[in-house]
Design a protein around this ligand. Structure first.
Ligand SMILES: O=C(O)C[C@H](Cc1nc2cc(Cl)cc(Cl)c2[nH]1)c1ccc(Cl)cc1
Length: 304
């Protein structure tokens, strides 16, 4: 400590948290441990800033959430769920949570910094992805979803904005604010929750409930977007988009890769239980040639 007062043994231990947290280390950090560099993103409850840890010079993304706003919007449950879930995850394609702390005004998530922006930026810059690039990134998304579902977690708001790119251009799923730890009831009743219009599955619109299959629907929408550069369901407003979704008005552009189209048609099914399982997705011809356990060791294909 910078103050050279001698502390009793118990006082010295006050800055550690119980070892119950799996990922977050027992060291408690605070704001003064970091230099705040610049804002790199804006969220619904605050912002994301690039920060440098003074002690190590390492960069992190600090997701700063305003306490008053969280309480006003009655979202404390979601924030605490996000922390609990992130604490339990450890996968190369999921953004790591290093520390959490709070001060009088805000909560802080100190997350892995992804310097290459998000997948939406990449799609916009490239227009659309060459099929080999789409195949690689679709594969990385699938292994991340497989890991989440194996831990009994549904992300429920998968979309290119929530898929970041690390320094080596491997992708990292982020933003678990809408994630759900699935109870033994596979169809979780979700109260006020609703994902993002263009990627939300029909059952969430009609029955207000969605489980792991919600992520498979969203994955299908993301695949369509990676390959065509367009959204599969896009109305002039949110209500119209919902109409297209519940009627499954799905039209493919002329030159759309036929093998990819076959897979997407089996992901974007109105009946959640008709959607392909992760195992069936991995076995689909679209992923021919993918070495599923080598992805994080390979260099990602250059996005052209
Ligand atoms: O360290 C913990 O597990 C405990 C706290 C729990 C917690 N304290 C809160 C205070 C407020 Cl005002 C709002 C929420 Cl959501 C709050 N959540 C906490 C601190 C920081 C973060 Cl990012 C999440 C939860």
């Amino acid at each position: 400590n910078d103050d050279n007062s001698v502390k009793t043994q118990t006082q010295q231990n006050t800055n550690t948290t119980p070892s119950s947290a799996t990922n977050t280390p027992t060291i408690k950090k605070n704001r003064s441990d970091f230099d705040f560099i610049k804002t790199i993103g804006k969220g619904s409850f605050g912002k994301v800033k690039l920060v440098i840890e003074k002690e190590t010079g390492k960069g992190y993304a600090a997701k700063i959430l305003n306490k008053k706003l969280i309480i006003k919007e009655k979202k404390a449950k979601y924030v605490n769920t996000e922390k609990t879930i992130l604490d339990s995850l450890d996968h190369p394609n999921i953004v790591k949570l290093y520390y959490t702390f709070q001060d009088e005004n805000d909560l802080y998530f100190i997350l892995e910094y992804c310097p290459n922006g998000d997948l939406l930026d990449q799609i916009k810059d490239a227009g659309c992805f060459e099929i080999k690039v789409a195949q690689f990134y679709a594969a990385e998304i699938i292994v991340a979803i497989e890991y989440l579902h194996s831990k009994g977690i549904a992300h429920r708001d998968l979309k290119p904005e929530n898929i970041l790119l690390g320094k080596n251009m491997h992708l990292k799923i982020s933003d678990f604010g809408s994630a759900k730890v699935l109870g033994n009831d596979p169809r979780t009743r979700s109260g006020s929750f609703c994902g993002t219009a263009e990627y939300v599955c029909p059952e969430l619109l009609t029955e207000k409930s969605a489980g792991k299959q919600a992520d498979i629907w969203s994955f299908g929408c993301i695949m369509y977007q990676l390959i065509s550069g367009k959204l599969p369901f896009k109305g002039f407003n949110e209500y119209q988009t919902f109409q297209l979704i519940i009627k499954r008005e799905l039209i493919f552009p002329q030159n759309f890769d036929p093998v990819a189209q076959d897979l997407i048609n089996k992901l974007i099914c109105l009946d959640p239980f008709e959607r392909l399982s992760i195992a069936d997705i991995k076995n689909h011809a679209f992923f021919e040639g993918i070495e599923w356990d080598q992805l994080s060791k390979q260099d990602p294909p250059v996005i052209i």
